[in-house]
Design a protein around this ligand. Structure first.
Ligand code: ZN
Length: 206
């Protein structure tokens, strides 16, 4: 009998996992249902390294995601959930951010927000037309909102986030024609590496 925590999964409303099965069992069940590999399970939250790679992958996407991964490692070193982001304009990095809401005592101190803030300061413009945001995990509603405010040209993320992702998983905030700006999305770039950082982080904390 399946009872227990409910998991939001792309393409499905709800996935139920047995509460008594332990993390390994839950991981297997989720992996089956996600058609991918579940690499992090914590609390009521699962991160999959799977496909969800819609959108066009550009030639430098993997390289810039590597820089976002560096930022994510920096977050982990500071005891924060390892998520990193960079903002790129005309092939140059103009903003970097590592997730640090705990250290900053700031609920908005997500990697994306910090990277956008630095980028805007760098070019002295609160709009960042033509810029691309790279982030290791699918952005939340707040960060998608910030990306739209910045008028970004594109958003590229690594691992999908079935529990908070607002680019594909739960909402498609970046590509909603009812809003006054749209930013095409590419997901799943180096997703296994991005998700592995989370796995290691949460495993070490358990
Ligand atoms: Zn966010």
């Amino acid at each position: 009998m399946l009872i227990g925590p409910r998991w939001a999964v792309p393409g499905e409303d709800v996935l139920e996992a047995p509460i008594s099965g332990g993390m390994a069992r839950i991981r297997d069940i989720l992996a089956d249902r996600l058609d991918g590999t579940v690499v992090a399970v914590y609390g009521r939250h699962a991160i999959a390294s799977g496909r969800q790679g819609e959108g066009v992958v550009m030639s430098n996407d993997e390289e810039f995601m590597g820089l976002a991964l560096e930022e994510a490692r920096r977050a982990a070193a500071e005891g924060e959930v390892p998520i990193g982001a960079v903002v790129v304009l005309d092939g140059r990095v103009i903003g970097r951010g590592n997730n640090r809401p705990i250290g900053a005592v700031d609920p908005t101190a997500h990697a994306e927000i910090l990277a956008l803030r630095e980028a805007a300061g760098r070019i002295a413009n609160y709009r960042l037309p033509g810029a691309v945001l790279y982030v290791t995990v699918e952005p939340c509603p707040m960060c998608c909102g910030a990306a739209l405010q910045a008028r970004l040209a594109r958003v590229v993320y690594g691992a999908p986030d079935p529990k908070a992702g607002a680019a594909r998983s739960l909402y498609r905030l970046l590509e909603d024609s009812r809003l006054n700006h749209e930013a095409p999305v590419t997901g799943g770039v180096r997703s296994a590496e991005c998700a592995a950082l989370l796995t290691e982080f949460f495993r070490a904390r358990r």
